[in-house]
Design a protein around this ligand. Structure first.
Ligand code: WTA
Length: 647
């Protein structure tokens, strides 16, 4: 583990206080910070969501496990769909869906959601799905993805959504770990004008996942895909029964979903999220942080396959009865102004995206945004990685017209909900800072020994009090849960991020401090990529690290030692990159591979990743005295440098 370096350019002198106009109408008012933590969550829990049976105890904290809203019974799909229809909002649009092909658009109302989730829930029941049966979802950005998630929640079947860019191996690892009995997928997805063969990949994954008995296939592109008799069913053929399907009363702590995320080993962790605390957490944060109004058109441009999509495309916004935008494709298809065309068409007032996307738009130039009327925008959000002040300023000025608040929101798959963030209308923001803990959240920065560090010094971000949407563990891995988050400091959650607090008490996030890379806002473990590389028959050894990249935040660099008889070549390099894409998914493809006859190791044989990181960052080398053979690093450095000149 490395001590986080303070590399963020300090911009404490640049401040944006809230405008009076925004402050006056904001959902969050300054007094929100004065409220006692228990009063706050007690009220949000009772009022933000609807209960079949009220809870009798706010929370129970037996470190490292928390329970929230004990004794309460509710249902997530009821909260996200049915209660809005019952309140007369059936005709309200839940999603403006925009397909990647320019002429495909659909409006999905809350009544549509109710009808479609009911039909799919009935079909799942007919396939034997009951409360507690695990279901996998491997789909793209189509309305049927939230419908599938909600259909599961309706009948109490926990789901795991697997991002459509993951490989067959990654999918089957997850299906096996959760013991999914049904997989919901689609024939193909659209991406940048070409098709992604989801069903074909799903077939390969299911062949290696003995628990899966049925596959439900949505027709999206309509191209022919193989269907296995008895196992595979077209969605349209089985989701026919409109008979009411009551929302299963769920215990507050019943499992809602698992979402797998990269940790510091090769095996992804199944992060456990349960029902009532999660829903209250995401709905409450969504309400205050995004200042959502009844007539808002809110667009979170993440993929449903990541936690941002779960919490802030599906569960939070729908619980609040919000109209959202769901866009299937890439930002530059068919042209680089696609996003701005969408903002203009639907009069989006709230946009939430990742720094990587903002930097891509910056690179493409302001002319694309200038072609469109973006005056409907009222608020901008950022998530997934530290945002550099330059991108923050660009976003506010060129997308927000210099008038919108920008909320830089820090959180994780594990936290379920946003934990460090400005509250628009209340917080004075600073480009590059996620500012303050959300009301009731007790965040701090600790040094190696567990002392709280004062303003200015870097350290490790910790959370000292439970929050409603926090993870309830790692699926089937209690030891790993304790070890990863709760062993560095007693009864305090270790986030794995470096941070610094300034004189005003504002938090500055400094990136990961463990072996997790953050590439375009996607978490990828160095060890996962290393295992994929050594799985290739030509590779003897591999070491992987992230280096800073102006576009993607971090880029993956691999150092590879080939087996004796193998020759390094450009073809071999491409072969290995593609091998990683096949094993994990294209997002994990190394940006560069440096072939080297040896890797730097300590005398006890441990690869010194720190040195490889220094080489990748072109930094002066750190301490090399413990190396078995110091000449090795020099050689690697020369090779890395000569490849640079060849580029
Ligand atoms: C990073 C995404 C700085 C951080 C919601 C965290 C951020 C990891 C921010 C979680 C932010 C997320 N500023 N860093 N605003 N938001 N991160 O699980 O390193 O995909 O630990 O959840 O992303 O990534 P995950």
């Amino acid at each position: 583990m490395t001590t986080p370096a303070i590399e963020t350019i300090l911009t404490e002198d640049r401040r944006y206080p809230p405008s009076e106009g925004f402050a006056a109408q904001a959902n969050a008012q300054p007094a929100i910070y004065d409220e006692d933590f228990e009063t706050f969550w007690e009220r949000e829990g009772r009022e933000r969501i609807s209960w079949f049976e009220p809870f009798t105890q706010l929370y129970e904290w037996k470190p490292p496990y928390a329970k929230w809203f004990l004794g309460g019974k509710t249902n997530v799909a009821y909260n996200c769909v049915d209660r809005h229809v019952e309140a007369g909002l059936g005709d309200k649009v839940a999603f403006h869906w925009e397909g990647e092909p320019v002429d495909e658009r659909r409006e999905i109302t809350f009544a549509d959601l109710q009808r479609e989730t009911t039909k799919l829930a009935n079909a799942l029941k007919a396939l034997g799905v009951r409360k507690g049966t695990a279901v996998g979802i491997y789909m793209g950005m189509v309305p049927e993805t939230p419908i599938a998630m909600l259909a599961c929640a309706r009948i109490g079947a926990p789901h795991t959504v697997v991002f459509g860019g993951f490989s067959a191996d990654s999918l089957s690892d997850r299906l096996r770990d959760m013991e999914c009995e049904v997989l919901i997928t689609q024939d193909e997805a659209w991406r940048r004008g070409t098709t992604v063969p989801l069903k074909r990949t799903a077939d390969e994954a299911v062949a290696a996942s003995p628990s899966v008995k049925s596959v439900v296939v949505l027709r999206r592109t309509g191209n022919e895909v193989p269907m296995q008799d008895g196992r595979d069913h077209w969605w349209d053929d089985i989701a026919m029964d409109k008979t009411a399907c009551p929302c299963e009363p769920m215990d507050a702590e019943d499992l809602l979903y698992l979402l797998y995320t990269s940790g510091t080993t090769a095996k992804p962790k199944g992060i456990v999220h349960t029902t009532a605390g999660y829903l209250t957490g995401v709905a409450t944060t969504h309400h205050y942080i995004f200042d959502v109004k009844p007539d808002s058109v809110y667009w979170c441009a993440a993929d449903v396959g990541w936690v941002t999509g779960h919490s802030y495309i599906v569960y939070g916004p729908l619980a609040n009865g919000t109209t959202g935008v769901l866009y299937e494709g890439t930002p530059d298809f068919p042209d680089k102004d696609r996003w701005w065309e969408i903002v203009e068409r639907y009069k989006v007032d709230i946009l939430y995206t990742a720094p990587t996307a903002i930097r891509a738009h910056m690179k493409w130039g302001t002319e694309h945004a200038e072609k469109h009327d973006l005056s409907s925008l009222r608020l901008l959000g950022s998530v997934g990685e530290p945002i550099n002040p330059e991108a923050w300023e660009w976003y506010r000025r060129h997308i927000g017209g210099g008038r919108t608040p920008v909320v830089d929101t820090w959180w994780q798959t594990e936290t379920g909900m946003i934990l460090i963030t400005p509250l628009p209308g209340v917080t004075t923001t600073k480009p590059g800072s996620a500012t303050k803990p959300f009301p009731g959240v007790d965040a701090a920065v600790y040094d190696e020994q567990g002392n709280e560090v004062g303003p200015g010094s870097g350290g490790y971000l910790v959370l000292r009090r439970p929050w409603p949407a926090m993870l309830r563990g790692i699926h089937k891995a209690d030891d790993r849960y304790r070890e990863t988050y709760w062993s560095k400091y007693d009864d305090v959650y270790f986030a794995g991020d470096g941070a610094r607090i300034d004189r005003d008490g504002d938090f500055w996030l400094l990136g990961r401090v463990d072996d997790v890379m953050n590439v375009s806002g996607h978490r990828i473990s160095t060890i996962e990529v290393e295992s994929a590389l050594v799985d290739h028959p030509s590779v003897a050894e591999a070491a992987v690290c992230g280096r800073t990249d102006a576009q993607t935040g971090q880029a993956i660099v691999a150092y590879v030692t080939l087996k004796g008889s193998e020759e390094a070549s450009v073809e071999k390099l491409e072969e290995l990159r593609n091998h990683v894409a096949r094993k994990i998914g294209p997002i994990a493809k190394p940006a560069n591979i440096v072939f080297t006859p040896e890797l730097p190791k300590t005398r006890s044989g441990k690869i010194m990743r720190r040195l490889l990181r220094d080489v990748a960052e072109e930094r002066t080398l750190g301490d090399t005295t413990t190396l078995a053979d110091p000449a090795v690093v020099e050689e690697i450095r020369d090779r890395a440098a000569s490849e640079k000149t060849e580029e």
